[in-house]
Design a protein around this ligand. Structure first.
Ligand code: FES
Ligand SMILES: [Fe+2]
Length: 430
């Protein structure tokens, strides 16, 4: 439980709210590369309530600028891509990716007024299908060396989805390992070969994950602080069949890395659009094979609409809830795609859940540990200290789903991770 004041402190990110000040000190996903692929040269981006415009200049470099022109505020999302930057269609002022005003064509010819304009601009980096931006003060921190960034692009697939609720609700669903036994329960197991690109549709050592989640509903959860955030081990005792171990991670401050199958992981950020909405951004990373991007994209486009990546099943249509399906096929009655279940879990508490009304139990161990880290980091940054858990040396993390022998399971996750890296054409030891 948090006090009303603490709840505000961890959820509010707009303006100069302290949690926003913390999140801004990390590279954050701003858009998918795909969003700039069609005809339109500039697209809108909203981060922490700030209205921005993203474009790629003629040299292929990205600019993320204040959406409203420094002259008289016209919307630069309608800008012209030319002359080495983005030109406002109102009076032709031209801005480069650093926010320098290069031209003011209606001003007198020898005017140097343009040199006095500093349009707000944020640095961007493209990595494996995503454009990351740094919206904090000073120089950006080094980019971390997580697997999803080290992997060659063909071994990855990036996508995003809109969430109609505060960012912290989304992170807290991501670090809650117990919910998978309930929220994502399927009454029947499918052939794992049909589950490519879908979470909880694989099998671990021949046991379908759906079966073991359904049958062992009281996991032991172990949380350990790491140099990049937290490692969360979820242990499900399968008796003679061994110990199911799932290792997931919180990458501080607002990402998770979880196993999707034996070969694939999902690195997922929850980024505030404003305090009532966020986007999840994910890089799916395969350790062994090139990703079938078309299949993964098609699966997701069956649920999301472009250009805003809003889910078809959402609050306005009760997430497609079907009571008959709930009786016979799934725990939620909201279809076979677990993203819908998670969206319901994130959105149904309301836009910003009042955590002074909650009752945390044993299964909320990781959430409690994370909030402590978060509040302490917010306080540090507010006092002018450095933001924690950053650096180019941050690697991995270890994120696996495996079963250890009943009498010898301790450490089986390390062997599983090493074996996967040995098989991988690109992954090195962490
Ligand atoms: S408002 Fe953009 S150039 Fe005048
Ligand atoms: Fe989930």
């Amino acid at each position: 439980m948090l006090s009303v004041e603490q709840n505000q402190r961890v959820t509010q990110t707009c303006g100069n709210a302290p949690a926003g000040e913390l999140l801004r000190r990390y590279w954050q996903p701003a858009a998918l590369v795909d969003e700039l692929a069609d005809d339109r040269p500039a697209v809108s981006v909203e981060l922490f309530g700030e209205q921005l415009v993203l474009f790629r200049d003629e040299k292929g470099e990205y600019g993320l600028l204040d959406r409203h022109c420094s002259h008289r505020g016209a919307d630069l999302c309608f800008g012209r891509l030319e002359g080495g930057g983005l030109r406002c269609p109102f009076h032709g002022w031209l801005f480069d990716i650093a926010g320098k005003c290069l031209e003011q064509p209606a001003e007198p010819e020898n005017s140097n007024f343009h040199t006095k304009i500093n349009h707000t601009a944020y640095p961007c980096i493209e990595r494996n299908g995503m454009i990351f931006a740094y919206l904090g003060p000073g120089n950006p921190p080094p980019f971390p060396s997580f697997d999803c960034f080290v992997a060659p692009e063909e071994f990855t697939f990036a996508f995003k989805g809109h969430i109609d609720a505060n960012w912290l609700q989304a992170v807290e669903v991501g670090i809650d390992p117990a919910h998978a036994s309930f929220l994502h329960r399927f009454f029947e197991d499918k052939d794992p070969d049909e589950g490519y690109g879908q979470q909880f549709r694989d099998s671990t050592d021949e046991i379908p994950v759906t079966k073991l989640l359904r049958e062992v509903v009281r996991p032991i959860i172990e949380v350990e602080e790491t140099n990049s955030g937290m490692s969360i081990k979820t242990l499900r005792d399968l008796g003679n069949a061994g110990m199911h171990v799932r290792v997931t991670n919180l990458m501080f401050p607002n990402a998770i890395v979880i196993p999707m199958s034996n070969e694939m992981t999902i690195s997922q950020w929850h980024v505030p659009i404003n305090d009532q909405e966020c986007y999840w951004y994910a890089i799916f990373t395969d350790f062994e094979r090139k990703v079938n991007r078309q299949a993964m994209r098609d699966q997701r486009l069956a649920l999301y609409t472009l250009p805003n990546y809003k889910p078809l099943r959402n609050r306005t249509n009760a997430w497609g809830y079907d009571p008959k399906e709930q009786r016979t096929q799934t725990y939620t009655g909201m279809g076979m795609d677990i993203n819908v279940h998670d969206n319901w879990a994130v959105e149904s508490p309301g836009s910003i859940f009042d955590r002074s009304n909650e009752h945390l139990g044993t299964t909320d161990k990781a959430i409690i540990a994370y909030r402590k880290l978060l509040l302490s980091a917010i306080d540090s940054v507010a006092l002018g200290k450095a933001a924690p858990k950053q650096g180019a040396a941050l690697k991995g993390p270890l994120s696996v789903d495996t079963i250890g022998a009943a009498d010898n399971w301790e450490g089986c996750w390390i062997e599983c991770d090493m074996a996967r890296r040995d098989r991988s054409p690109w992954a090195k030891e962490i």
